[in-house]
Design a protein. Structure first.
Length: 285
C-alpha cells in the first residue's frame, strides 16, 4: 500500500495542536462577556429623572451663575420681547403677556424619554391663540439615552415643526445637570457627539436645524468651547445682567437672549436679536 507523507509526524501533531488551540480560543471569545461584541455594548444608562425637579431653561443657570443685579436698559432691548415657560408655570395668562408686549414664546415639551410637560397644550396652544409665534424645547439629559432617542421623543410629543409662520424650530436645552455631575459624567467629545446625533435626528424628522440653548460658562466647561455648531444652529443664550456678554465658541452673534429669570408675569424673559420680520423668517425657515 502506498502511503503519502506530507511531513514528519512531529510537525503534523504540532499543527493539529495549534489549530485546536486556535479554535478553542475563538470559541471562548464568542461566548465570554469580555469579547469584542460585548465590549461594543454601551454602558448602562443613568436612571430617568424624577419630577418635579429644577429642570427648565435657565433653572441651572441661575443656580450656578447667579441672577445678576442689573437688567438691561430698555434701549438695549430693541428686538422682539419673548418668554419661555414650562410645567412649573402651570396655566399661563397669555392675554396679559400679549398685552404687555410679548410676541413669542418657547414652551418646554419634554425631557429625556420619560417626561412630558403636563401644561404643554395650554401653554403651546394658548400662546398661539393670542397671536404669538411659539416653539417647543427639549431639556437634555445626555446620560440617560441617545441623542437620536431623545430627539425622536421630542418630535413625537410636541416638538415638531410646520411652515405656518407661527412655529419656531425646536430648541435643545443644554445646561448644568440638575441631577448630578455638571457635564453628565461625559467627556467633551461625548457630549458633542450626543448633540450632533440629536440635531441630525431632529433635522431628518422636521427639515429644520434646531436652536440650541446654552450658557457660555457651561459650554466652555463641558464641550471645551467647541465651535462645530455656530454656523448651523441658532444660539439662544442666557445671561442675567446688563449685556449678553461673551458668546460660546463658534457663534459670532446670538439669536435669542434670555436676559432675566425674574420678569413680569412669568420669570424668564427673552429678547429676539432682530426685528419682527426676522423672527417670522426664523419661523418660516
Amino acid at each position: 500500500m502506498l502511503v503519502h507523507r506530507s511531513g514528519s509526524p512531529h510537525r503534523t501533531r504540532t499543527l493539529a495542536t495549534a489549530a485546536g488551540s486556535l479554535l478553542a480560543t475563538l470559541a471562548l471569545l464568542v461566548g465570554l462577556p469580555g469579547s469584542a461584541t460585548a465590549a461594543a455594548t454601551p454602558a448602562k444608562d443613568a436612571p430617568e429623572p424624577s419630577h418635579p425637579a429644577q429642570d427648565w431653561a435657565g433653572s441651572q443657570i441661575a443656580a450656578h451663575e447667579g441672577t445678576g443685579s442689573d437688567r438691561p436698559a430698555t434701549g438695549l432691548l430693541a428686538g422682539v420681547e419673548g418668554v419661555d415657560v414650562s410645567g412649573h408655570q402651570g396655566s399661563v395668562d397669555w392675554t396679559t403677556l400679549w398685552n404687555s408686549g410679548v410676541k413669542f414664546a418657547y414652551v418646554k415639551a419634554t425631557e429625556s424619554t420619560s417626561y412630558t410637560n403636563p401644561s404643554f397644550a395650554q401653554q403651546y396652544n394658548g400662546s398661539y391663540n393670542v397671536g404669538m409665534i411659539r416653539g417647543a424645547y427639549h431639556f437634555a439629559t445626555p446620560n440617560t439615552s441617545s441623542g437620536a432617542a431623545q430627539a425622536n421623543y421630542f418630535v413625537d410629543h410636541g416638538g415638531g415643526w410646520s411652515k405656518d409662520g407661527k412655529t419656531l424650530p425646536g430648541a435643545l436645552d443644554m445646561e448644568y445637570n440638575p441631577y448630578g455631575d455638571t457635564c453628565y459624567g461625559m467627556s467633551a467629545a461625548g457630549l458633542v457627539n450626543w448633540m450632533k446625533d440629536w440635531f441630525a435626528t431632529y433635522k431628518s424628522r422636521t427639515g429644520r436645524d434646531a436652536v440650541i440653548y446654552t450658557s457660555t460658562s457651561w459650554w466652555k466647561q463641558c464641550t471645551g468651547n467647541n465651535t462645530s455648531f455656530g454656523s448651523i444652529n441658532p444660539l439662544w443664550v442666557p445671561r442675567y445682567g446688563s449685556s449678553v456678554g461673551e458668546l460660546p465658541g463658534g457663534w459670532g452673534f446670538h439669536t435669542i437672549w434670555q436676559y432675566t429669570s425674574t420678569g413680569p408675569y412669568v420669570g424668564d424673559h427673552n429678547s429676539f436679536n432682530g426685528a419682527y420680520d426676522r423672527l417670522q423668517a426664523l419661523a418660516n425657515g
